[in-house]
Design a protein around this ligand. Structure first.
Ligand SMILES: NC(=O)c1ccc[n+]([C@@H]2O[C@H](COP(=O)([O-])OP(=O)(O)OC[C@H]3O[C@@H](n4cnc5c(N)ncnc54)[C@H](OP(=O)(O)O)[C@@H]3O)[C@@H](O)[C@H]2O)c1
Length: 313
């Protein structure tokens, strides 16, 4: 093994608390057919990363230990796998890779896109998990249109902060929920009304909504039905909404779809960033060495936009 085939990465050898994440020198991955190798500049820190590390999903999403976490990535193409067309070494790209808490990560070309001039690596890094999920909720399942009333549950989060902006971009009347500290922040994203969920019951305050996009789940999903108008839709990216409740209330309900070729959505999202219609919110940027602290911050479940790891300048 030469130093050129090695890299630094944050990984865990056992399920457990954030402290099981350690930065080590490991072998660089190789891009397979249809993949590129990316020199990582920024990696996104998402709830799924720490849920997998904590082992809470191990029954249905087991990982092979040791595991390098991370899906969101922005960086430059370092090498091309067999048969790759449309990308060249040196291209600035972003999207969904595998094990992106590392100096190098591979990604299939179906889940990455080019970063246009005027958009930074930092702005592009949070666009896959947060942006694609928000797109699937607001545009794909919600079919949000100008003039409709939309409620985003969890408007401050990595998904919700993009969903609020997509609703506003579509010309909808956007209402969102947030904790006290995030009310003004969510209003600045384009929500006309922000409900402080710590003091107000949203079902008492909001009615006649066409689309609820729920990014919180659990009790929040259960307390979202009452805001919908007849024929409205509840879309959630956390769990599967109860079809019987939806039918009994005369509304529709869907979980966000799973999409394997996300490049068309990424291209739309990054165009909106370039035009100024979408500003990805970055809560905090940690170094790769601070990956455990970054996951602990994400794990609080409260924040303002996406947490990133800056892996290289
Ligand atoms: N199905 C999928 O493909 C998919 C994709 C992405 C994410 N997800 C899931 O979606 C969820 C959100 O992801 P994320 O990346 O947006 O997480 P995140 O960045 O950690 O944000 C979570 C947000 O939820 C808000 N929140 C917490 N409790 C709330 C409540 N009772 N009412 C309203 N808002 C509340 C917090 O805002 P405050 O600080 O203001 O409380 C926080 O900003 C996670 O469970 C994640 O695993 C699923």
């Amino acid at each position: 093994m030469t130093t050129e085939t090695l890299m630094r990465a944050a990984r865990f050898h056992e399920y457990g608390p954030p402290s099981v994440l350690v930065v080590e020198t490991v072998e660089r991955p190789e891009p397979k057919a249809g993949e590129v190798l990316i020199r990582v500049r920024f990696a996104g820190v998402n709830p799924i990363d720490w849920k997998l590390r904590a082992g809470s999903l191990k029954q249905y999403m087991p990982v092979t230990l040791p595991t390098i976490p991370g899906l969101d990535v922005a960086g430059t193409v370092e090498a091309l796998g067999e048969g790759v067309r449309g990308f060249a070494v040196g291209d600035r790209v972003f999207g969904r890779g595998a094990s992106t808490y590392a100096e190098f990560a591979v990604a299939p070309i179906t889940t990455i896109a080019q970063i246009p001039d005027g958009v930074s690596f930092e702005q592009a890094a949070p666009l896959h998990v947060g942006g694609v999920t928000a797109w699937l909720g607001v545009i794909d399942s919600g079919h949000v249109e100008a003039g409709q009333r939309v409620l985003v549950q969890g408007g401050a989060g990595g998904v919700g902060s993009i969903a609020v902006q997509l609703g506003r971009w579509k010309g909808a009347d956007v209402i969102a929920t947030a904790s006290t500290a995030n009310v003004e922040f969510v209003r600045s994203l384009g929500a006309r009304e922000v409900i402080d969920y710590t003091s107000v019951n949203v079902e008492d305050a909001v009615h006649d909504v066409d689309v609820v996009f729920d990014t919180v789940g659990g009790e929040v999903t259960a307390h979202s039905w009452g805001v919908l108008k007849p024929g409205g839709i509840l879309v959630t990216c956390v769990g599967v909404p109860d079809a019987e409740t939806a039918a009994a209330r005369g509304v529709r309900a869907e979980a966000t779809r799973r999409v394997t070729d996300t490049r068309p959505i990424l291209e739309e999202l990054v165009k909106l960033v370039a035009s100024g219609d979408l500003t990805p919110a970055i809560q905090h940027v940690f170094s790769l060495d601070d990956a455990a602290r970054a996951q602990a911050a994400s794990e609080t479940g409260h924040g303002r936009g996406r947490i990133l790891l800056k892996v290289a300048d």
